[in-house]
Every structure is written in structure tokens, then in C-alpha cells.
Design a protein around this ligand. Sequence first.
Ligand code: AMP
Length: 188
Amino acid sequence: MNLILFGPPAAGKGTQAKRLTAERGYVQLSTGDMLRAARKSGSELGNKVAAIMDGGSLVSDEIVIELIEDALAQNKGAPGFIFDGFPRTVAQAEALDAMLAKHGQQIDCVIRLEVDPQQLMNRIAKRFAEEGRADDNPDAYKVRLDAYFAQTAPLVPYYEQQRKIRSVDGMADVETVARAIAAAIDAR
Ligand code: AMP
């Protein structure tokens, strides 16, 4: 089972991915987490992407595609993958389809978390106060949201054409969202 958790930044993708990992043993592949780990390690890649991430823009397709390619190779035989924060452009989605096909696999389901952008601004302001992530400051978050609408939202028709999208109300509480996601996965 390979699924994509889809939605704007701060929609709750990471939280739900971690639950699915704990409950079903799927491997979470979060390009945001991978990039933050690269920064923390002080690697060349980490230094290269730091300013772009802090400003809220997307890093290049090449960088994240390579990260995912490596992660897939390192986790051969996993019972499933949860793609969290990837793909974020049509080029990334096409590359992902090609990579999975090489392993004889495909995306089975795209869970779309439907959220209210205004309420997300409030959610992210709270996370900024609690965790202090630079790209959660209101200016950077606005850039991230704009990037989502300009570059990532076109993935909705891409996956609708493949009939893979299942929509879930992402504004409900964490438990309710988790139940709705489980039902969507089990109904396929
Ligand atoms: P996230 O934690 O998923 O919101 O990602 C944090 C930041 O990492 C994003 O604002 C981008 O700068 C970068 N990033 C993460 N995933 C991607 C991706 N798939 N494509 C481009 N940039 C990404």
C-alpha cells in the first residue's frame, strides 16, 4: 500500500503519517523531515537548502526526487509507504510514478486533507510560538501557502484523472481525521 497524504502545509499530514506508521507499519517518507535532518547534520545539501526553506519556497525537484529515490532503495520490502510533503509539483508526481513503476509498484491512494486556509494561519501561528520553526513565521508561511496553491494544487487534477483521490475533513480533531483516513484506506 503506497499512499500520499496531500494538503497544504500544516494540514496535519505529519501527525497522521506518524499514526499510520505506528498502526500499520508503513514507512513515512517526509521530504521536509529529510531536508531538516540534512540541515541539522550540516551537510552540503543542508547548507544549500537552508535559506530556501526558511523563506518558505520549494527546493528544486531534482533534490527531493533524489532523496525519495534513495529512501525507496533503502526501504525495499516495506509493507507500504506514506508520502508526506512529496510530491509537491507535477514533475515530482511524474517522477514518483516512474520510480514506483521501476519497483513494480504504484500509488494506491491519495488522501486529501481538506482544510480552511484561514484557520491554518491560526494553527501555524500556534506551532510557531510552541516550536519556533523559522518557516512557520507568518511571512514565510504565507509564501508556503502561495507555493501550495501555485505549484502543488495542480496535483489534484493529476490524481483525479487517475481516480486515486479520497477527501477527508482535515479540520476535525486528530482522532476523527485518523478514523476517516483509516476508513478511506480500507474502503479501497
Ligand atoms: P514541510 O515540512 O513538508 O512543510 O517542508 C518544509 C520545507 O522543505 C518546504 O517549505 C520546502 O522548502 C522544503 N520541501 C519539503 N518537501 C519538498 C518538496 N517535495 N518539494 C520542494 N520542496 C520541499
